[in-house]
Design a binder for this molecule. Structure first.
Ligand code: ADP
Ligand code: ASP
Ligand code: MG
Length: 453
C-alpha cells in the first residue's frame, strides 16, 4: 500500500558524513531514524571534489593516473565492505572511465562546462554507493539524478538556480517518487536549459538541499556535517566556541555570507523564501543535538558570532583630478558593473574608493574577478592600488548600529592589530574589518574571549 507522507524532511550529508563505509552507515542510521526524511541529498565523499577540481585544471598523464587511482581507492574502500559489490562496482568503474576521459580532454581544452561535467562525478558516485548501503540494510530506495530538477543558468562553476523551474520539475519528476520510496540524490549539481551539467560553487550541496526543500515545501531541511551545529565561531579556530541552539535566518545568512563554512552562503535564501526551518547537526554524534535556524529566536543577543573570510583582495581607486566625489564614484561603479565585478564591501573618501572583491567560490576556473581587462580599464581612469594577503573578520549580531559601545568592545581588543579597513553602518547585523591574514585567527581568539566566553 502506498503511504502518504504529510510532511517531507530533506536530509543533506556533507563530505565527511559519506567519507567511507562506516560514515555512510552512520548517516544511513540517521535517515532511518526519522520516517519523515524522504529525500537525501549527498555531497561527494571527503576529498573527492578536490581531486576532481585538480583534474579539471588539466594535468599531465602521469599525474592524472595518480589522482584517478586515489579516486578509485576511495570508492573501492566503500565497495569492498558491501556484501554484493559486483553490480555497483561496474557502475562506479563506468564513472571512473568517464572521469579519465574528461580529465584527458581537460588537459587539452579549457572549458568551464567540461569542468562541471567532470566535477559532478563525485556526487554521482557517492549517491550510487549510498543507495547500495541502504539496500543492504533492507530499505526500499531509489537513486535520483538531481540534474532532472535543479535547473540553473549556464554560469558553469557557480551557476544560478531558477526556483520557479525547479519547483515545477520537482512536482513532476520527484514528488511522485517520494511516495514510493526513500529517494537519494546529489547535492551541488544541476543542469542548464540545454541539459548541460552545472555546479553551484564549492560547498553547494547545502544550497541544493534548501532548493529541494523549497520546491517540495519541506517541513524541515537537515544539514548533517562534522560539527554539532552552528557555533559562535569556527571551532577549529577557537575550541571554546559555543554551539547556538537557535539562530534566525538572517543571523545564519550573514554568518554564511561572511565565511562560516558550515553553510554555503546562499543556503538560507530558499529556506527564508518558504520559511522552512534548517537544522544543523553532527552525523558522527547525532545525539549531541544541533542548531535550529528559523525566522525567530528568543532574545537574540547583541553579539551572535564571529566569522572569517580568507584570501580577500583590497582594491583602492584614487581619483586623478578634482571631479566631485559623486562623479568619480558613478564612473568607477559603471566600470565595475560593465565587468560584472562582484563588489562586496566599500568605503569612500573625497578622492578614493576602497573595495573588497568577493571571490566567487566557483567550482573551478578563474575565481578571480580582477580580470586583466578590468584592471586595464580602471588604470586608464584612476590610480589603482591592490593589496592581497588579507582576511575579513566579521562580528555578527543584532542592532549593532543602534547600540552604543560596540566599536569600543571590538577595537579595544584589537589595539595591537593593523586594521586595514572597517565597514559598519549599512547592516544592523554586521561589523566587518580587514586584517593581514597572519593575524586574523589571533584577532578572532581575543575577540571571542572578550565577547563570548
Ligand atoms: P560538509 O562537508 O559537511 O559540508 P564543511 O567542511 O563544509 O562540512 O563545514 C563544516 C565546517 O565548517 C566545520 O568543520 C567547521 O570547521 C566550519 N565552520 C566554520 N564556521 C563555523 C561555525 N560558526 N560553526 C560551526 N562550524 C563552522
Ligand atoms: N562536493 C562539493 C564540494 O566539495 C559540494 C559540497 O560538498 O557541498 O565543494
Ligand atoms: Mg560544506
Amino acid at each position: 500500500m502506498t503511504r502518504i507522507y504529510p510532511q517531507i524532511v530533506v536530509a543533506k550529508f556533507g563530505g565527511t558524513s559519506v567519507a567511507d563505509f562506516d560514515a555512510m552507515n552512520r548517516s544511513a542510521s540517521i535517515v532511518l531514524a526519522d520516517q519523515d526524511v524522504r529525500l537525501v541529498v549527498l555531497s561527494a565523499s571527503a576529498g573527492v571534489t578536490n581531486l576532481l577540481v585538480e583534474l579539471s585544471a588539466g594535468l599531465e598523464s602521469g599525474e592524472r593516473t595518480d589522482k584517478i587511482e586515489t579516486l578509485r581507492a576511495i570508492q573501492y574502500n566503500i565497495i569492498s565492505r558491501l556484501s554484493q559489490p559486483t553490480a555497483i562496482s561496474q557502475e562506479i568503474d563506468h564513472l571512473l572511465d568517464n572521469i579519465s576521459r574528461l580529465a584527458e580532454e581537460a588537459a587539452s581544452v579549457s572549458s568551464t562546462a567540461l569542468n562541471d561535467a567532470l566535477v559532478s562525478h563525485g556526487e554521482l558516485m557517492s549517491s550510487l554507493l549510498f543507495v547500495e548501503v541502504l539496500r543492504e540494510r533492507g530499505v526500499e530506495t531509489q537513486w535520483f539524478d538531481a540534474r532532472k530538477v535543479i535547473r540553473t543558468n549556464d554560469g558553469f562553476g557557480c551557476a544560478e538556480p531558477m526556483p520557479a523551474a525547479i519547483a515545477e520539475l520537482a512536482e513532476k519528476q520527484l514528488r511522485p517518487r517520494l511516495e514510493q520510496a526513500l529517494v537519494i540524490t546529489q547535492g551541488f549539481i544541476g543542469s542548464d536549459a540545454k541539459g548541460h551539467t552545472t555546479t553551484l560553487g564549492r560547498g553547494g550541496s547545502d544550497y541544493s538541499a534548501s532548493l529541494f526543500g523549497e520546491a517540495l515545501h519541506a517541513a524541515r531541511v537537515d544539514i548533517w556535517t562534522d560539527v554539532a551545529g552552528i557555533y559562535t565561531t569556527d571551532p577549529r579556530i577557537v575550541p571554546q566556541a559555543q554551539r547556538m541552539d537557535n539562530v534566525t535566518f538572517s543571523e545564519a545568512s550573514e554568518m554564511a555570507a561572511y565565511g562560516a563554512k558550515v553553510l554555503h552562503p546562499a543556503t538560507m535564501l530558499p529556506a527564508m523564501r518558504k520559511n522552512i526551518p534548517v537544522f544543523v547537526g553532527s552525523s558522527k554524534n547525532p545525539s549531541a543535538g544541533g542548531t535550529l535556524v528559523c525566522c525567530h529566536a528568543d532574545n537574540p543577543p547583541r553579539y551572535r558570532a564571529l566569522a572569517v573570510r580568507r584570501k580577500q583582495t583590497l582594491l583602492k581607486l584614487h581619483s586623478l583630478n578634482t571631479q566631485p566625489a559623486c562623479v568619480f564614484l558613478a564612473e568607477m561603479f559603471a566600470v565595475l558593473s560593465r565587468h560584472n565585478t562582484a563588489i562586496d564591501l566599500v568605503t569612500t573618501s573625497e578622492t578614493s574608493i576602497a573595495l573588497i572583491l568577493n571571490a566567487s567560490g566557483a567550482t573551478s576556473g578563474d575565481a578571480d574577478s580582477l580580470t586583466t581587462s578590468l584592471l586595464t580599464e580602471l588604470s586608464s581612469r584612476c590610480r589603482v592600488e591592490l593589496e592581497t594577503g588579507l582576511d575579513l573578520v566579521t562580528l555578527i549580531g543584532n542592532d549593532l548600529t543602534q547600540a552604543s559601545g560596540v566599536c569600543k568592545d571590538v577595537f579595544t581588543e584589537l589595539e595591537k592589530h593593523h586594521v586595514r579597513m572597517i565597514c559598519h553602518g549599512a547592516s544592523d547585523h554586521t561589523l566587518c574589518f580587514l586584517l593581514p591574514a597572519a593575524s586574523s585567527d589571533r584577532a578572532v581568539k581575543v575577540l571571542h574571549r572578550s565577547l563570548f566566553e
